[in-house]
Design a protein around this ligand. Structure first.
Ligand code: AMP
Ligand code: MG
Length: 481
């Protein structure tokens, strides 16, 4: 078979052996390509034009391992809903790190590739619906300009997986800058082996944060860098109304990419307490709790680094504490900056925060659609028949308009800022469900149409209209993927 351009390295396997197990994907019966992301393939230096459909399916199911592939499952631990557990890739293998024509490297991972030593009671497999969902939402996040793992392919396996009922099995090919999670550090820390933690830290720094080597205390500088990166990521989620749903420490990537698309979903009507996941009874991962949980997760990361921050544990604690105490302020500043962009405010005025909070409070009271309200403000096109005729909102809008003109009477740049930060389309729950239902029944057209619209979510055109309607039905997502 012609190699479509895979050029693998496997630098993760240079880490101490405790961090992974070499394990091949488990063969599947009859793989068939469901989706292939041609654009992403090109950026990775892959060209499948001389491969048959069967060959492509064989590659992305793991039935064929091309030269240079060195499949491994990673070991990690994690706090799941606050409880510490040993985990690891229970249904995924990292094929290798692809060297792109631009000389960057990306992990290529098969998700749903069969049992590994970390599978615990699981079958190592994935169902088609959730893998299509991950493909759609991760690609939508990319379109929205938010750091994320990406999706290169989905193949069906020709085998059933058994959840509550038999479902079609599938494998997703996930692309990431790396799969190092806070949980990998927790795994090393749980073994109380400082050499292992140091090896993982050095690996992470070289891959993602080479600049921290210039600091006198690399571990502390890494903590600081991760803190800023994670908080900036969550601020982006808050910008578009994204609710991750399962912000466990094993789902926090050191690369700063959004990872693990399980029970995530986008909010329609603005309500900070929104939770979609059926198992998140206490609202631990509710929309407005995301920044709090991000900081909790960063604190768990900090704990793993303490012995490397300073051999004197009191001093280490105090230094890490300083970073953590900066996190909340950092979030608020970043959030405020982001909300200003949503409202087209190009300079900073002391009254801005109150102005923003008043709008959000009003949106919550009248259950205004988060995306459409900001879009309407940016286009000056809020429909007359809605809650926008509310005198309270009219009064707010007048004040906002004056505030916007404070910097400059020419609102052109302010309009641009709003258009770049307020999407016209997001993957709304009812549309996601519609596309998945059709795909499950064999019709991929609605799915592909939606993907196309989400490629450029800041551009409104005749195709976007059907995707802009707010969902009114209560929505729930499930973890049983
Ligand atoms: P997640 O909820 O996707 O973050 O998964 C949490 C952990 O469970 C990870 O270690 C996964 O590898 C593992 N896992 C999830 N589903 C399965 C499965 N079907 N078989 C084996 N392991 C699984
Ligand atoms: Mg996970």
């Amino acid at each position: 078979m012609k190699n479509p351009g895979f050029k693998f390295k496997q630098t993760y396997a240079h880490l101490p052996g405790v961090f992974f197990t070499r394990v091949p994907p488990v063969r599947v019966q009859q793989p068939e390509v469901v989706l292939l992301n041609h654009q992403l393939a090109l950026t990775l230096g892959l060209d499948f034009s001389e491969n048959t459909a069967d060959e492509i399916a064989s590659i992305f199911s793991g039935n064929t391992l091309l030269e240079g592939c060195d499949p491994i499952a990673q070991a990690y631990a994690g706090h799941q809903f606050g409880h510490f557990t040993n985990l690891g890739d229970g249904r995924a293998v990292l094929l290798g790190e692809q060297e792109t024509p631009q000389a960057s490297t990306f992990d290529i991972q098969l998700k749903g590739s069969g049992r590994t030593p970390y599978s615990r009671g699981g079958d190592g497999r994935a169902a088609l619906g959730p893998m299509l969902r991950e493909y759609l939402i991760s690609e939508a996040m990319h379109g929205l300009g938010i750091e994320t793992t990406r999706s290169l392919a989905v193949v069906s396996t020709g085998e059933d997986v058994f959840r509550e009922t038999p479902l079609r099995g599938a494998i997703l090919t996930r692309i990431a800058r790396s799969h190092i999670r806070v949980g990998n550090f927790q795994y090393a820390a749980a073994h109380r082996n400082v050499d292992w933690i140091r090896a993982l830290m050095d690996f992470t720094i070289e891959k993602h944060y080479p600049e921290v080597n210039a600091s006198g205390n690399a571990a502390l500088a890494l903590l600081d860098a991760l803190m800023e990166k994670q908080i900036k990521l969550v601020v982006q989620w808050m910008r578009v109304g994204f609710i991750h749903g399962v912000m466990n420490t094993d789902n926090v990537a050191l690369s700063g990419e959004t990872i693990d698309y399980g029970p995530c979903a986008f909010m329609d009507a603005y309500d900070p307490s929104t939770v979609f996941s059926s198992i998140d009874h206490a609202g631990r991962y509710a929309f407005s709790n995301q920044p709090v949980i991000a900081q909790w997760n960063i604190a768990r990361f900090a704990e793993t680094l303490l012995p490397l921050i300073d051999p004197d544990s009191d001093k280490a604690l105090s230094l890490a504490g300083e970073v953590m105490s900066r996190a909340d302020r950092f979030y608020r500043d970043e959030w405020l900056h982001m909300m200003r962009t949503k409202l087209g405010l190009r300079d900073e005025q002391p009254e801005d925060e109150a102005l923003i909070r008043e709008l959000l409070d009003w949106m919550k009271d009248v259950q205004a659609d988060y995306t459409n309200t900001f879009l309407g403000l940016s286009r000056d096109s809020l429909p007359e028949a809605t809650a926008c005729t509310d005198p309270k909102f009219k009064e707010w809008r007048q004040r906002w308009s004056l505030r916007r003109q404070k910097g400059s009477a020419d609102t052109g740049l302010s309009d641009c800022l709003m258009q770049r930060n307020n999407p016209c389309v997001i993957p709304r729950n009812h549309k996601v469900e519609e596309a998945l239902a059709a795909a499950n029944a064999g019709d991929l057209n609605p799915f592909n149409q939606m993907l196309q619209v989400l490629e450029d979510p800041y551009q409104e055109n005749e195709s976007s209209a059907p995707y802009q309607e707010s969902g009114r039905e209560p929505y729930q997502t499930f973890c049983g993927t």
